[in-house]
Ligand binder design. Structure first.
Ligand SMILES: *[C@@H]1O[C@H](CO)[C@@H](O)[C@H](O)[C@H]1NC(C)=O
Length: 508
C-alpha cells in the first residue's frame, strides 16, 4: 500500500487550506458502530430464530472467504458489558448498534415478542445511558428473519407493512430511551449488492428486476416507519429518525463530456435511487435514471421499465421522511463506458450493466484490505457537497466511516484514514458550510465482515476470535480516536506507537 503517496498528496491539499483550524464545531458528537449479525453471535440462543445470514453461512461454508460464520462472532450477546466499557474507554458520546429482527420477533411478526431478546437490548441501552452514552439504534441491518425471506423478503410489497409492524415494536419497547433512530441500513447493499451479484444472503440472483423491487419496497418501508414515529412517538419522545445510505462517490474516468455525464448518472443510480425519493424537493426516482432504465428495459423486451413506478400517493408518502441525513462513506470509484464485449462484475457497488459502465481505481488510490475498497478522502467532501447541491441544507450525521486492514495493533493505516477523512469533514463544515453534526467510526471492534468473514479487520479494538471470551484489545487507532474525542480536535500532538504526523511536517 502506498501510504506515503497518500500522505504527500493530502499534505498538498491541506497546504491549500489556510485556516488550519482543526477543531470540531461545538456540539459535534463522536460515536462508533456495530451491527447485530456481525457482533452478537448466539445465533440460536435466547429465543432467537434463524435469519437469512444464518441460513446463508450454514448451507455452504465456502461462501465465506475464510470459512467462518457469525454463530459466535464477537459474542456480544454475552459480552455486552465489555462493549459498553470499550465505548466508555473511547469516550464515545454515542454508540450505534442494530436490533436483530429475529431475536425480537422470532416469527418475523409481532404476534410473539421474545422476552430474552427484549431484555438483551434493554440491558445494553440502560448500560450505555448509565455511562452517559447515547444509544443510536438501527432497526434493520441486513439480517432478515428467514420466515419472511421464505415469503419473498424485500421483493414482496407486503414487507413494507411487516417492517412497519416491527418498527412499531422497536419504538414501543425502546423509544422512551432511544432518541436517534435509523430505520434501515444501506439498502443499496442488500438490494443492488445482493440481487445484481447473486452473492450474500439471501442469495437471490435477479439483476434487471429484483434489485429495483427491493429498492422500492425498502424506501416505502422506511417512509412508513418514519411516518409512524412522526405521528405516534415523536410527540412524546422527541427523537429523530432517518435511513442510512452508503454513498459511493463516482469520479469521471477522464474529462470528456461523455464520462462527466456518466459519472453523474452513476451517482444518481447508486446514491440518488436511494436518496432522491426521500430528500429531494420533487420526490420520486431521479429523473435521469428513470429515463435510462425505461429505455434499457424496453430494449430488452420488457413491457415496461424494470424500475417500478411510484404512484403519486407513494411519492408524497416518501418525500420529506427524514429528520437528518444518515450517511455512510468509505470509498470512491472511477467510472467509464464499457468497451466492446467487456465482462461486468456486478458487485460491489461498481460495474453497472444497466448503464453499460465499468468501475476502475485511480492509480494513486491505495486499496484497503477489502477488495472493493479504494481510499480517496477527497471523495468524502465531494460527496457531501453533492448532497447539498442535490437536496439542499440539512443536518448530516456520518453514521459509518472506517477502513479495513489485515490486523495488528499498530494500525497506522487506520489512523491515517481517520485523520484524512475527519479533515475532509472539517473542510466541508468550515469551508463549504455543510451542517455535519456527528461522526461514527466503523467499527468499535473487529467483527464478522460478511463475505470476508473474520479475515478482514475494521475494528478500533482487535478481537481475539480464538479466545472463548473474545478478548478485545485497543489498537493504536483506538487511542488516537479517543484523543480526538477528548480534545474535540484533529490537532493532536501525540505520536501513536510510531505514528508520525507526517502531514504537518510536509506542510511546514
Ligand atoms: C445544524 O442542524 C442542527 C440540527 O437540526 C441545528 O440545530 C443547527 O442549528 C444547524 N446548524 C446550522 C449551522 O445550520
Amino acid at each position: 500500500m502506498d501510504w506515503f503517496g497518500v500522505v504527500v498528496f493530502s499534505a498538498v491539499l491541506a497546504g491549500a487550506w489556510s485556516t488550519q483550524d482543526l477543531s470540531f464545531p461545538p456540539g459535534f458528537i463522536f460515536g462508533a458502530a456495530t451491527a447485530s449479525y456481525q457482533v452478537e453471535g448466539a445465533w440460536n440462543e435466547g429465543g432467537k430464530s434463524e435469519n437469512t445470514w444464518d441460513r446463508y453461512v450454514h448451507e455452504d461454508p465456502t461462501r465465506i472467504k475464510d470459512l467462518t460464520n457469525g454463530d459466535v462472532a464477537c459474542d456480544s450477546y454475552h459480552q455486552w458489558k465489555r462493549d459498553i466499557e470499550m465505548a466508555e474507554e473511547l469516550g464515545l458520546q454515542f454508540y450505534r448498534f442494530s436490533l436483530s429482527w429475529s431475536r425480537i420477533l422470532p416469527s418475523g411478526f409481532p404476534n410473539i415478542i421474545n422476552e430474552e431478546g427484549k431484555n438483551y437490548y434493554n440491558n445494553l441501552i440502560d448500560g450505555l445511558l448509565e455511562k452517559g452514552i447515547q444509544p443510536m439504534v438501527t432497526i434493520y441491518h441486513w439480517d432478515l428473519p428467514q420466515s419472511l425471506q421464505n415469503l419473498g423478503g424485500w421483493a414482496n410489497p407486503l414487507i413494507v407493512d411487516w417492517f412497519v409492524d416491527y418498527a412499531r415494536v422497536a419504538y414501543t419497547l425502546f423509544g422512551d430511551r432511544v432518541k436517534v433512530w435509523i430505520t434501515i441500513n444501506e439498502p443499496v447493499v442488500f438490494c443492488d449488492g445482493v440481487y445484481n451479484s447473486g452473492r450474500f444472503a439471501p442469495l437471490i440472483y435477479s439483476p434487471e428486476v429484483g434489485a429495483y423491487l427491493c429498492n422500492k419496497y425498502a424506501l416505502l418501508a422506511h417512509a412508513k416507519a418514519w411516518r409512524l414515529y412522526d405521528q405516534e412517538f415523536k410527540p412524546k419522545y422527541h427523537g429523530k429518525v432517518s435511513l442510512a445510505n452508503q454513498m459511493v462517490w463516482f469520479e469521471p474516468y477522464d474529462s470528456t463530456e461523455e464520462h462527466i455525464e456518466l459519472a453523474e448518472l452513476a451517482r444518481q443510480n447508486s446514491n440518488g435511487r436511494y436518496a432522491h425519493p426521500i430528500y429531494s424537493k420533487a420526490g420520486g426516482w431521479p429523473p435521469s435514471i428513470e429515463k435510462v432504465l425505461e429505455e434499457v428495459s424496453l430494449k430488452r423486451g420488457y413491457s415496461k421499465s424494470s424500475l417500478p413506478a411510484f404512484t403519486q400517493e407513494e411519492i408524497e408518502l416518501m418525500r420529506g421522511t427524514y429528520d437528518y441525513f444518515a450517511m455512510n462513506y468509505y470509498t470512491t470509484r472511477l467510472i467509464r463506458k464499457a468497451r466492446e464485449g467487456e465482462q461486468f462484475t456486478a458487485w460491489p457497488l461498481g460495474d453497472c450493466i444497466d448503464l453499460n459502465a465499468i468501475i476502475e481505481k485511480r492509480e494513486d488510490w491505495p486499496t484497503a484490505e477489502s477488495y472493493w475498497f479504494y481510499v480517496f478522502p477527497e471523495g468524502f467532501r465531494r460527496q457531501l457537497n453533492w448532497m447539498k447541491q442535490q437536496y439542499g441544507d440539512m443536518e448530516i450525521i456520518i453514521t459509518e466511516n472506517g477502513i479495513s486492514t489485515a490486523g495488528g495493533l499498530d494500525d497506522q493505516e487506520r489512523i491515517q484514514y481517520y485523520r484524512d477523512h475527519l479533515e475532509q469533514i472539517l473542510l466541508a463544515v468550515k469551508e463549504d458550510g455543510l451542517n455535519v453534526t456527528g461522526y461514527c467510526a466503523w467499527t468499535l471492534m473487529d467483527n464478522f465482515e460478511w463475505g470476508d468473514g473474520l479475515a478482514v479487520k475494521f475494528g478500533l479494538y482487535e478481537v481475539d476470535f480464538s479466545d472463548p471470551m473474545r478478548k478485545r484489545t485497543p489498537r493504536a487507532s483506538a487511542r488516537y480516536y479517543s484523543d480526538i474525542i477528548s480534545s474535540h480536535s484533529l490537532d493532536i500532538p501525540i505520536d501513536y506507537s510510531g505514528y508520525k504526523d507526517t502531514k504537518k511536517v510536509q506542510v511546514v
